[in-house]
Structure formats: C-alpha cells, structure tokens
Design a protein around this ligand. Structure first.
Ligand code: PLP
Length: 261
C-alpha cells in the first residue's frame, strides 16, 4: 500500500478539498494521509467563510507526520495564506527530493471567494520549484502570469512563463473552465527543451461540478505514487475525472459532485 499525503483545506461538502482528496486517493487504490491548512464553511452553493489554520500547527502536522510516515507522493491544494505557504515549504524540507509533488495552485473557489491571499503568490512560486507538476486552470494561469489564456497560443505562452520564468518543472494547464473544447495543455522540459502537448478533452455536459481540480491533482499524485511516469499519470487522472463527470450527482442545491467509483 502506498501513502499519498494531501495538504489541503477542509470542505464540509466532501466535494472538494481534503475530504474529496481522501476519497479520490482511496478510489485510486492508495492510502490518503491529510494535513489540514484551513477550515471553510461552505455548502454546494458557495463558500460562506474561510479560516486558516495556525501556520505553526500546519508545520507541526507535516513535521510530525513525515518523521513517522514516508509518503510515496504529496499533493498540495488550498493553502490560504502566505505564512502557511512558507510553513508548508519549511515542513517539506525533510521530504526526500525524489518524492513526487503535485501542486494545485488554488487561488479562488468557483464562486470567486479567495482561497489564497494575494500576497502569498510570491511564496507559491518557491513551491513551484519543488513540484513535479503544477496544475493551474486557465484563470489561475492567467492570474499567475498576466498572460491571456483565451486561445491556444496564450495558453502556450502562459505555460512557458510558468516553466521558464517561475521555475515550474511541468505544467498541466486545464481547459475545463474554458468555453469550447476543454483541451488541457501539458508542458514539460525534456533534456532542457520545452515540450508542449495538447491533450484533447471531451465536453461532458454535467453542469457545474464542484472539486474537479482537487480530484485531478489527487489522482495524478496517486498514479505517481504507484510508479506511473508523468504523462501516464496525467492520462489516467484525466480519465478518472471524465468518468466522475459522467457520473456526477446532485448532493445539494448548488454545484454537483463527481461520482466516484
Ligand atoms: N474548498 C476547498 C477547501 C478547496 O480546496 C477548493 C478547490 O480547490 C474549493 C473549495 C473550490 O472548489 P470549486 O472550485 O469547485 O468551487
């Protein structure tokens, strides 16, 4: 059994955040360990409130856990504040550098509620360098780079910027929030050369679904933990989320939730 550690915020609906990550990890056949970075008060309609954890308690959770348990991969989701980002970086200092790390740069919820304070964006960049892959959606990529992502060329420039200027090793720029074909762009460096690969997506008419980004990043982490290479892990995780969208179900009066196996 492999352990995957998710470091993420709590979402009481279970559709996103830490609770969703643990369900996805279980469905992907790995053990999910979880460090909580923030409490949110939310339902399927919106985030009502967000309360960051004490940064030193985030650090202590990571340190104490890593002293004892050796995860085969780590996933980072909502981090909330600059202090928490810095303490996560500090806590991961003892992690074997070969352990894959998937960074979902969560900036805001779909309803617009900020889930990472603006002044943390610089510290987030320091985490990019440690990440095996960073998985922004188009809005996040646009905000982090200042480059428009409404067309393919803009997406390619933004992915290039995240790698060449901001230190990411690989980027999966998700197209699910865009109108039109939800193609994703996988950008990575092979022998120092930037490689851009468009992964065609199928538009699945599931209505608004909560937590797809969390699920995708958690599934990539699970596949990497089981030994898949990056391209294979991304492929399996995209198929997992597509299947979850096909089976999306209604839990409350707002966004639907992924149907997990
Ligand atoms: N709540 C938490 C704790 C999250 O981590 C996220 C997304 O990463 C969300 C809410 C937002 O999910 P959505 O974008 O589906 O609204």
């Amino acid at each position: 059994m492999h352990t995957v550690l998710t470091i993420a915020g709590s979402d009481p609906t279970g559709g996103a955040g830490l609770q969703a990550d643990l369900q996805v990890l279980h469905a992907c056949g790995v053990h999910g360990a979880g460090v909580v970075t923030a409490l949110t008060v939310q339902d399927t309609v919106r985030v009502h409130q967000s309360l960051p954890a004490f940064p030193n308690v985030v650090l202590d959770q990571i340190r104490v856990l890593l002293r004892d348990v050796k995860p085969a991969a780590v996933k980072l989701g909502m981090l909330g504040t600059d202090d928490i980002v810095r303490n996560v970086l500090l806590g991961l200092g003892t992690l074997d550098p070969d352990v894959p790390l998937v960074l979902d740069p969560v900036l805001a919820a779909s309803d617009g509620t900020p889930l990472l304070e603006r002044r943390a964006w610089g510290s987030l960049q320091a985490l990019f360098e440690r990440a095996t892959i960073v998985t922004p959606n188009r809005i996040e990529a646009e905000q982090l780079t200042g480059i428009g992502t409404q067309d393919a060329r803009g997406c390619e420039s933004a992915a290039r910027d995240l790698i060449e200027q901001q230190g990411a090793r690989a980027v999966l720029l998700k197209g699910g929030h865009a109108s039109g074909a939800p193609d994703d762009l996988l950008a990575s460096t092979v022998d120092g050369e930037l490689r851009l690969e468009w992964l065609p997506g199928e538009r699945i008419d599931a209505g608004p679904v909560h937590g797809t980004g969390c699920a995708l990043a958690a599934a990539i982490a699970a596949e990497l933990a089981k030994g898949a290479d990056l391209a294979a892990a991304v492929g399996s995780a995209r198929a997992f989320v597509a299947e979850g969208l096909r089976r999306a179900w209604t839990a409350g009066s707002g966004a639907r939730l992924l149907g997990l196996p």
